[in-house]
Design a protein around this ligand. Structure first.
Ligand code: KG4
Ligand code: ZN
Length: 357
């Protein structure tokens, strides 16, 4: 049996959890900073790091208390060491080192992307009795605010990269388009919400799919921008949007047009991601698909992936799609099993990639 404390501070959520055997959630908490960053229209790195400092120790205390687990009963302390914002990562890593040193427990450094992958290995609270973790090998689509990667996970810790984004990440595209449409931050949930009332066929936007299982979201984002500019011109308004992705002038888009733009954009993203995944399943004869990362919370993506995939699809419950400590503890469990224990000199790595071959 393993009992692991997972700590996640790579971006703007402070996540702390205790997970048993890489699968059972014993206790978990996430403190979101979304309200703090909203006025900046995105994550303000310095503010994020400072807020982690304020939040992290009370959160760890709450989780340990809820689990009824003294530090000395833990088998390891796992922490995200990258990729992410350097100041934010440093808070989590230094707190984890301090706790591990004080309690003489092993320290495990977790790759944030591997954390997202392992969110699919966590038993959902409402899982049916016959639930089991994904079989290996599996195809994995990672879609977050910072990354878009399609990999084959051959075994624990063994990944073969098929492709990924050539420019923006999928979540970044949601955030930027939401900003242009004046929907605020974070963009993904806002686009999904208004898209529910929209007509996804009204605007024809290009697919982000590129040759070789790659993606490009920059062209799609620009296509939405051009469409909004055209609507601004038709309304006789100029905002300077030609140069920057700034919010559309008030009164240019009526509610229905905003909803149609959001729905058409969301549909283009979902189509591109599902097309590539389904083709990769067929090309590589894979029998299972896992989707993970913040954009995996998108209901259209979840629905379309399950509808179109010729093989079973695992998607984490919504609360495990966004950054959290549970996925870090789960990934830490498998790293610990491999003997992957960090030294006291472990450093953060803001641009750490998935260890692929
Ligand atoms: O994984 P995550 O919490 O952080 C990173 O590792 O980047 O992902 C955050 C991203 C944001 O870009 C956010 O807009 C997007 O996930 N997101 C969504 C949805 N919920 C969050 N995108 C589309 N639909 C959603 N429902
Ligand atoms: Zn993430």
């Amino acid at each position: 049996m393993s009992l692991i404390l997972g700590i996640e501070t790579s971006c703007d959520e402070t996540g702390v959890a205790i997970v048993r055997d890489g699968e059972h959630i014993v206790a978990h908490r996430v403190a979101s900073q979304a309200d703090l960053h909203r006025k900046y229209g995105g994550v303000f790195p310095e503010v994020a790091a400072r807020q982690h400092v304020v939040t992290i120790l009370p959160l760890i205390r709450e989780v340990l208390e809820e689990a009824g687990t003294p530090l000395n009963d833990l088998d390891a302390i796992a922490v995200t060491r990258g990729p992410g914002l350097v100041g934010s990562l440093l808070v989590g890593v230094n707190v984890a080192k301090g706790l591990a040193w004080a309690s003489q427990r092993p320290l495990v450094g977790v790759n944030h992307l591997e954390g997202h992958i392992y969110s699919n290995w966590v038993r959902p609270p409402d899982a049916p009795a016959d639930w089991s973790p994904p079989p290996l090998p599996t195809l994995v689509l990672i879609v977050s605010g910072g990354h878009t990667e399609l990999v084959i996970m051959e075994d624990h810790g063994m990944y073969r990269r098929l492709g990924g984004t050539l420019d923006d990440a999928a979540g970044e595209a949601f955030d930027k388009v939401a900003r242009v449409l004046g929907l605020g931050y974070p963009g993904g949930p806002a686009i999904q919400r208004v898209a529910q009332q929209g007509d996804p066929t009204r605007f024809s936007f290009p697919s982000p799919r590129q040759p070789g299982f790659n993606f490009s979201f920059s062209g799609l984002k620009t296509a939405v921008l051009r469409q909004v500019q055209a609507l601004e011109r038709a309304a006789g308004v100029t905002t300077g949007m030609e140069r920057k992705m700034i919010p559309v002038a008030e009164g240019v888009l009526d509610e229905q047009t905003t909803a149609d733009l959001a729905a058409s954009f969301q549909e283009a993203v979902v189509r591109g991601l599902v097309d590539a995944t389904v083709e990769a399943v067929e090309a590589h004869g894979i029998s299972h698909v896992c989707v993970c990362g913040g954009v995996a919370a998108n209901l259209r993506l979840r629905e379309e992936m399950k509808r179109r995939s010729p093989v079973p699809v695992s998607v984490p419950p919504l609360f495990l799609c966004l950054d959290n400590g549970v996925m870090i503890a789960a990934a830490g469990h498998y790293a610990l099993q491999r003997g992957d224990v960090a030294g006291w000199d472990m450093d953060v790595d803001a641009s750490l990639g998935l260890p692929t071959r």
